[in-house]
Structure formats: C-alpha cells, structure tokens
Design a protein around this ligand. Structure first.
Ligand code: NAD
Ligand code: WQD
Length: 349
C-alpha cells in the first residue's frame, strides 16, 4: 500500500496540506490538483520541506475535464482523496450556483474521469453539516440528513451521487466496483506542531478558533460570542473540535480500509470523524487564555442564524471499522493553533 499513488484534490488547502504531509511521511506518492482558489502554493513548499520528500503539483480546476484526464493518464493514481471544494456557509447562501457548480459539478467531473481511468477508490470530505435536526446532540451515521444551507446541501448531494454511483456498479456487475468512504468531519482546528502549516483564512475568519487566534494576536479587537441563551451547560454553543492532524490520520486509515478485505467491493460508507465530546464557546476561550496566557476580550452577541445549540460525534463506527480515534486533546489544539498563528501572523504571505 505504501507505494501507492494518492491523488489529492484541494491538497494545497488547510486540511489537504496536512494530509499531504502525513501521506508523504507514511510512504505514499502524492499528486495534488488544486486551482489555488482558496490556498497558496507555499503550503505545499512547506509540506515538502517538512517531509524531506517531493510531491507533484498541478494547478488545475477539477471541473476542467481535459486537464484532469491528462493528469490521471500521466500519474495513474490508485486512490483519490477529494478535498477540493468551497466551504463558506454564508458565501454559499449568497452565491448558491457557484457552490453547486464548484462542489457538485466538480465532483461529477472528477468521478467521470476516475471511471474512465478505472480508478475506483475514493475518500470524500463530507461534513457533519449534512445532518438534519435530531433529538440527540450526539450524531450517529444513520441519523437523518437535512442540511440547511447551500454549502451543506452541496455535500449532501455529493454523498447521494456517490452512493448512487456505487449502487450502479453493483447493478451493472462491473469487474472493479467503486469503494468509497464518506468522511463526515466535525470541527477541524489546530495545525501541524511544527507551526509551518496551518489554517490561513481569507479576510475575517468565520470560524471560532481562527477568530480567537486573531483576537489573541491583536489583528481583531474582540470576539462576539454568538448566543449565551442556548440550553447548554453555560448557555453557549457546543461543538466537537478535532485536531487537523487527527483528522488526516482518519484519511490514512480510510485508505487502508479501502484496500483491506473488510471493505466490500461496491461499498459507499459514511464515517463520523470527531472526538465524541463537545466544548462550549466559553470553554474554548478559557482554554485559549490558560494555554497561551493571552486575554481574549469578548462580548455576548445574538445567536448566529442556522447555528445548533450542541453537536458532537458518535465516532464508534470509525473506531470499529477504520481503527481510528482522536489522540490529541484541547490543549494540543490550542497550543498548535497559537504556535502557527505566532509564527505566521500574516498566514503564508
Ligand atoms: P480549504 O479551502 O483550505 O481547501 C480546499 C482546497 O480546494 C483549496 O486549496 C482550494 O483552492 C481548492 N479548490 C476549491 N475548488 C476547487 C476546484 N474547483 N478545483 C481545484 N481545487 C479547488 O478548505 P479545508 O478546510 O481544507 O476543507 C477541505 C474540504 O473539507 C472541503 O471540501 C471542505 O468542504 C471540507 N470540510 C471542511 C471543514 C472545515 O471546517 N474546515 C469541515 C467539514 C468539511
Ligand atoms: C463554532 C461555535 C458558533 C464564531 C462551521 C460550518 C460547518 C463546518 C465547520 C465545513 C458556534 C460560535 C463562532 C464566532 C462564535 N465546515 N462562534 N463566534 O458553525 O460549528 O461549523 O465550520 O463543513 O459547515 O458551519 O463552526 O467555528 O463557525 O462555530 O461564538 O465569531 O462558535 O456560534 O457555536 P460551526 P464555527
């Protein structure tokens, strides 16, 4: 398995760059396809420096079928990890066509090219966002889906497409059927412990952890806590934060599972990647202040539209079938975020 070539779409991005590093370190050959719409090629320069190994980079859009076909012909990958996508919830509400075109159509083109090249192993970046309302805050894979914004719906549509694709292979009795892992991420945060790669959001961050880090370093003046009247232990929203390095290890385990005998031919299966426990916004602020010694000024603000009170994973299936669970704790996540932020106050620029 170690000599296999993994083609990583969106490999220059936040999670993709961490995945490329872990893949190189695990002995895989790595080919990245990224249009740099939300990333900088510097991330990949740093990945190669950290790994002491090289990867192959193509600046291309996954919607460019000819470019993708040429790359598959040249590189003959064994497996694809598909990170490429746009991910800002607010932007997806303002520009839904862009999100459906980029994420859904992009995945259609990718899978058409994979089919033609007979590359049938895929690990897909899905999201806990695909889940609908639930009576329990701890989400299991069989819970009903029901995304509430265009970004989330683009992920849910892609999951449907991939499930249909697997089913069609069974129906058509094809010799080499698809094997697909849909990985539903909870809230990825943190950075590689070197501080050389990390999350480099464009403009003002939407997500809690990068916002807190930018307040701590003085780029932003104070944090707005979106809602203090939720039915949670301190009234603020609870989420399942997961260290990005733990998250990408889940992808390596998924590749191993796809190659193993327990993952049936023609299977398309969803796995939660989360820690299985949640932290509130105030607990995140407290941890950040304790670990970094920085004060985070904050003010209580109205709830943000579309936010749930509480959401965390049941990660039992990933443990049972992928042999994966998180290893890092909240202090690691805060420490590594702060290390990246202080070493790269302007991101990759
Ligand atoms: P990111 O924006 O840092 O990385 C995505 C990468 O895909 C970027 O480098 C971007 O340039 C590239 N890309 C986008 N559209 C492309 C296209 N059409 N062709 C080629 N490249 C394209 O985001 P991330 O946080 O690393 O997320 C990676 C994946 O994980 C995304 O699919 C995202 O939806 C999913 N996800 C992220 C989170 C999160 O909180 N970060 C949570 C759940 C799921
Ligand atoms: C976490 C908590 C906020 C910012 C989002 C996407 C989701 C997924 C991950 C891709 C919530 C609160 C936040 C701030 C705050 N991405 N908060 N002040 O909303 O759980 O998930 O990222 O798939 O699709 O929706 O993450 O980090 O934005 O918020 O109080 O300035 O922090 O209300 O309780 P979220 P988040």
């Amino acid at each position: 398995m170690k000599d296999q070539t993994v083609l990583v779409t969106g490999g220059a991005g936040y999670i993709g760059s961490h995945a490329c590093l872990e893949l190189l370190q695990a002995g895989f050959k790595v080919v990245v396809v990224d249009n740099l719409a939300n990333s900088k090629v510097e991330s990949l320069a740093r990945v190669q420096k950290l790994a002491g190994k090289t990867l192959t980079f193509y600046q291309a859009d996954i919607r460019d079928k000819q470019a993708l076909t040429d790359i598959f012909a040249k590189e003959t990958p064994d497996t694809v990890i598909h990170f490429a996508g746009l991910k800002a919830v607010g932007e997806s509400c303002a520009l839904p066509q862009l999100y459906y075109h980029n994420n859904v159509y992009g995945t259609l083109v990718l899978t058409e090219v994979m089919n033609a090249a007979n590359v049938k192993q895929l690990v897909f970046s899905s999201s806990a966002t695909v889940y609908g309302e639930s009576a329990s805050p701890q989400y299991s894979e069989h819970f009903p889906l029901g995304a509430i914004n265009p970004y989330g719906r683009s992920k849910a549509m892609i999951e449907d497409i991939l499930r249909d694709l697997s089913a069609s292979d069974k129906l058509n009795n094809v010799e080499k059927p698809w094997k697909i892992a849909l990985l539903r991420y909870f809230n990825p945060i943190g950075a590689h412990d070197s501080g050389m790669i990390g999350e480099d959001p464009n403009g003002i961050p939407n997500n809690l952890m990068p916002y807190v880090a930018q307040v701590a370093i003085g780029k932003l003046t104070q944090l707005s806590v979106f809602g203090d009247d939720y039915p949670t232990r301190d009234g603020t929203g609870i989420r399942d934060y997961i260290h990005v390095v733990d998250l990408v290890q889940g992808h390596i385990k998924a590749i191993a599972a796809l190659n193993g005998e327990h993952f049936a031919e023609g299977e398309c299966k969803a796995y939660n990647l989360g820690a299985g426990r949640g932290y509130s916004v105030l607990e995140i602020i407290d941890a950040f202040q304790r670990v970094t010694g920085k004060t985070i000024p904050y003010q209580m603000s109205p709830r943000r539209a579309g936010d749930l009170a509480e959401c965390f994973a049941n990660p039992a299936l990933a443990l049972a079938e992928l042999n994966w669970q998180v290893e890092k704790d909240l202090d690691d996540m805060v420490n590594d975020t702060w290390n990246w932020q202080t070493k790269n106050p302007q991101g990759y620029q």
